[in-house]
Design a protein around this ligand. Structure first.
Ligand code: NAD
Ligand code: FES
Length: 293
């Protein structure tokens, strides 16, 4: 069992938990994810790691209530435990694997949308720990849904907050801030990392293509079981078939077919749609998730 040492509500329907998982904490890197399961009956939920403390053996996860399992998770308190907490899974962020002499010469821009702010945090923290400057744009629908602002402030070189309704920071979407930083303020970046809702990542990529700014995205939102079994996270990346949970979750955003990914997300929500995917995609969609078998 994996004991919860801290459980905190960050915003409406958004929760943070520190979980005792020493082996995961020892090995995990920014960009990787874990699969949590409350008990025998619980669904497997893939969550990108938000933070880790190797000394204390804890891993921080942030989740939003989107269904029955996350609703049950939100009811857990410090002292409760998860039956399974598996990881680290997936591939670490590119900068962890790349030649450090290349990485340290770059200027990074992180774009975090809503709950996607959580997986951006360990990446920005890694940058600070390695002496690399990183600017961060965080977008939320409204002030009450903004998360990890103070944590991010400590790690970012410059932090730009924007809310859709203008209740805090500047008014508008993350893409408007990005355009202004580059076109009005003359900021120069070598790489953009955009993590948030799929629609946000799509529009960030359309903009960064126009600006000639290479962009990495995290396709965690299309994952279902996170084990490479269910086929839900199948993507077209540069015309090749990839699976977010095995080959990613991070990909070159300029190569991802976002429209196809969003269409699949919708189809996957209904039994009829899942049956159709099983029929058309055969072996790469064989129902291992338990949702469509
Ligand atoms: P949200 O809908 O509140 O959007 C967050 C911000 O994204 C907005 O404030 C806006 O600035 C920007 N945005 C949204 N639509 C945009 C558009 N069309 N153009 C430009 N910018 C746009 O976010 P939320 O409700 O917190 O998002 C939840 C989603 O985030 C879920 O779908 C979840 O799967 C996803 N998520 C993704 C990751 C990941 O790794 N990519 C991690 C956690 C959560
Ligand atoms: Fe990747 Fe199921 S989430 S195959």
């Amino acid at each position: 069992m994996y004991r919860i040492v801290k459980a905190e509500k960050l915003a409406e329907k958004i929760f943070l938990m520190d979980v005792e998982a020493p082996r995961v904490a020892k090995a995990c890197q920014p960009g990787e994810f874990v699969i949590v399961k409350i008990d025998e009956k619980g669904e497997r939920i893939p969550l990108t790691i938000c933070d880790f403390d190797r000394k204390n053996g804890t891993v921080t996860i942030v989740f939003q209530i989107v269904g029955a399992s996350t609703q049950r998770m939100a009811g857990l308190h410090a002292g409760d435990a998860f039956q399974d907490f598996v990881g680290p899974l997936g591939q670490p962020s590119d900068f962890v694997k790349e030649d450090f002499s290349l990485v340290k010469g770059r200027k990074y821009l992180f774009v975090a949308g809503g709950v996607g702010t959580a997986p951006v945090y360990p990446q920005v923290k890694w940058m600070r720990e390695h002496g690399i400057q990183a600017d961060v744009i965080v977008g939320a629908k409204t002030k009450d849904l903004l998360i990890l602002e103070h944590e991010m402030e400590k790690e970012a070189e410059n932090l730009y907050i924007t809310t859709d309704d203008g209740s805090y920071g500047r008014k508008g979407m993350v893409t408007e801030v990005l355009r202004d930083l580059v076109e009005k303020e003359g900021k120069q970046y070598d790489i953009c990392v955009a993590i948030g809702p799929v629609i946000m990542m799509k529009f960030v990529c359309l903009l960064t293509k126009e600006l000639g700014l290479p962009t990495i995205v995290s396709m965690n939102p299309v994952m279902v079981d996170g084990t490479g079994m269910c086929g839900a996270c199948r993507l077209s990346v540069g015309g090749q078939v990839k699976f977010a949970c095995v080959d990613g979750p991070e990909f070159d955003g300029h190569l991802v077919d976002f429209d196809e990914a969003m269409k699949r997300q919708q189809i996957y929500k209904t039994e009829e749609g899942r049956a159709m995917l099983r029929l058309t995609e055969g072996d790469s969609h064989h129902g291992g998730c338990g949702h469509c078998g």
